[in-house]
Design a protein around this ligand. Structure first.
Ligand SMILES: Cc1cc2nc3c(=O)[nH]c(=O)nc-3n(C[C@H](O)[C@H](O)[C@H](O)COP(=O)(O)OP(=O)(O)OC[C@H]3O[C@@H](n4cnc5c(N)ncnc54)[C@H](O)[C@@H]3O)c2cc1C
Length: 235
């Protein structure tokens, strides 16, 4: 019988299944008493409450579980062994959420905006823009290296946290600069026509970038992982 509540589940309204890490043994060390379930969303007792994001879309939801019963076949792997699978899933999620595309695409949009406003010839803007380009390219190099690890069939180590941390923070720096570059239009609903024929509402990528340093494990948590696992600093 499952009872509890899960907030911030992306696309829960559209999903037909949800995976759950449920406590199945309270008497053992925390991580050893968790099981992994894959539960049909139409199970009796599940309620989904959509939540609007800052951009006005219902992209995630809060899900409630009241006396939900699931068949034994819903269990993935062995009982109380869910944490092992959860860790593997989190590693995969970090490489997904750390894709440099997240920062590279808005960077291209920023370049188009800067060309339109003639900012690329302005030395201070240019220096900030070039630094971002170089840092994004560093992350592309790291991404390719980590993908190669996966392609060879090996598991990713904790260094994948560098990618998630750096790419999501770069994403925010790019959209910060985009808002600044848009000047008086930055924080408004204005849709700007750009010189390349496209259009841009700078506040949209800005909003989109804000939660990136929270979902998939916050920046603080990624820094803790790196401090402990890679730098061997005390916990
Ligand atoms: C847009 C969005 C979509 C999401 N989608 C999903 C989803 O689909 N599925 C899902 O399961 N979850 C999802 N989440 C949840 C997300 O994974 C969590 O919000 C995130 O891991 C942070 O956890 P928390 O909200 O419990 O914050 P907390 O853990 O309560 O953290 C609060 C603050 O304390 C800091 N903090 C916490 N622990 C430490 C520590 N040990 N050391 C230093 N600082 C610490 C955090 O960095 C943060 O600033 C989503 C969240 C967002 C914002």
């Amino acid at each position: 019988m499952i009872n509890g509540q899960k907030i911030w589940t992306t696309m829960a309204q559209q999903a037909n299944r949800i995976f759950l890490l449920v406590r199945t043994d309270k008497s053992v060390k925390k991580q050893n008493g968790i099981s992994f379930l894959l539960v049909p969303m139409d199970s009796p007792g599940i309620t989904v409450r959509p939540i609007d994001n800052i951009g006005g879309y219902s992209e995630f939801a809060e899900v409630f579980f009241d006396n939900v019963r699931v068949p034994r076949t819903a269990m993935v792997g062995e009982v109380n062994q869910g944490w092992t699978m959860a860790k593997a899933l989190l590693g995969a999620e970090r490489i997904l959420l750390g894709s440099p595309k997240l920062a590279k695409f808005p960077l291209q949009r920023l370049e188009a905006l800067a060309r339109t406003f003639g900012l690329l010839d302005e030395p201070v803007f240019r220096a900030r823009f070039v630094r971002l380009v170089m840092e994004v390219e560093d992350m592309v190099a790291l991404y390719v290296r980590l993908l190669e690890v996966l392609r060879r069939g090996n598991a990713l180590g904790e260094e994948v946290s560098v990618l998630k941390l750096a790419v999501t923070e770069l994403f925010q720096q790019v959209t910060d600069l985009m808002l600044e570059a848009a000047g008086e239009y930055g924080g408004t609903d204005a849709v700007l026509p750009l010189a390349d024929g496209s259009s841009l509402k700078p506040v949209n990528p800005y909003y989109l970038s804000r939660p990136a340093t929270i979902y998939g494990g916050s920046s603080e948590v990624q820094r803790n992982i790196l401090a402990k696992a890679l730098l061997k600093l005390p916990g």
